[in-house]
Design a binder for this molecule. Structure first.
Ligand SMILES: Nc1ncnc2c1ncn2[C@@H]1O[C@H](COP(=O)(O)OP(=O)(O)OP(=O)(O)O)[C@@H](O)[C@H]1O
Length: 228
């Protein structure tokens, strides 16, 4: 449990895909500025929990509460607006637009929010600098390395200053050195901006960047005591 009031909380979530149960009474909370790792074996329900928390998947039962709003009571249109304004996402692969430069990729969500091009590109350049990938600003994602591309994806997710950052195996495609650097930069940047972070991973080295760990087993959540 976090010491301060949670920004995002899930209560007793249940979700099945046909005959397959994915969540069977999952509970979760994360406070502003807190990084919580969601761990557990393959197929235990980690991604489904993240998708329910982000309003991408509707649980069959249970509630997701964000601030004073109940996501589980919102319409699809309200949910997609909320995801755009308040949430950021970093997944393992394929989030960057291949035809755009890395700078344009980071500026894109700002442009979609109505920020003028020059201002959006200035802010995008600041985020690339913060993630230490200014050198690929003018390159396309295909011309950047995997580690650089993932830093660009983190810059893009954080450029709109989301209140919650959802990330599912963000370093899954990287070697351990690059993965650790991405995690360091991601967790520092999120803490600086006060974002809450939901970090799904099966790697203890990645989870080590969190403040707290939750383990999912058979669709149920357990708080984990950190060793070391
Ligand atoms: N869209 C879907 N359709 C059918 N079954 C699904 C779907 N999404 C998840 N499942 C099933 O729900 C269960 C939980 O899946 P989930 O992806 O949440 O687990 P996970 O812990 O994230 O796994 P992994 O670590 O392998 O990504 C699994 O049995 C999975 O096969």
């Amino acid at each position: 449990m976090s010491a301060v009031a949670p920004l995002l909380a899930a209560h007793d979530l249940h979700k099945a895909f046909g005959p397959t149960p994915a969540l069977a009474g999952a509970t979760f909370e994360v406070a502003a500025g807190e990084v919580v790792a969601v761990m557990g074996p393959s197929g235990s329900g980690k991604s489904t929990l993240l998708h329910c928390l982000a309003g991408i998947v509707r649980p069959d039962a249970g509630r997701v509460v964000y601030g004073d709003r109940e996501l589980t009571a919102m319409s699809d249109v309200e949910l997609s607006a909320l995801r755009r304004t308040d949430f950021g996402f970093v997944f393992q692969f394929g989030q960057l637009v291949p035809e755009l430069s890395c700078l344009e990729n980071v500026a894109l969500p700002l442009r979609l929010d109505g920020v003028a091009r020059r201002d959006a590109e200035r802010r995008a350049a600041e985020w690339l600098d913060r993630l230490e990938v200014s050198d690929v600003a003018g390159k396309t994602p295909g011309q950047a390395s995997g580690g650089q591309g993932q830093r660009v994806a983190v810059a893009r997710a954080l450029a709109t200053e989301p209140r919650v950052l959802f990330t599912d195996e963000p370093t899954g495609a990287l070697d351990s050195l690059n993965g650790e650097r991405v995690m360091q930069l991601l967790s520092d940047a999120a803490r600086d901006t006060g974002a809450a972070v939901v970090l799904v991973t099966h790697e203890p080295r990645v989870a080590a960047y969190s403040d707290r760990e939750v383990v999912v087993r058979d669709g149920r959540t357990h708080s984990a005591e950190r060793v070391g």
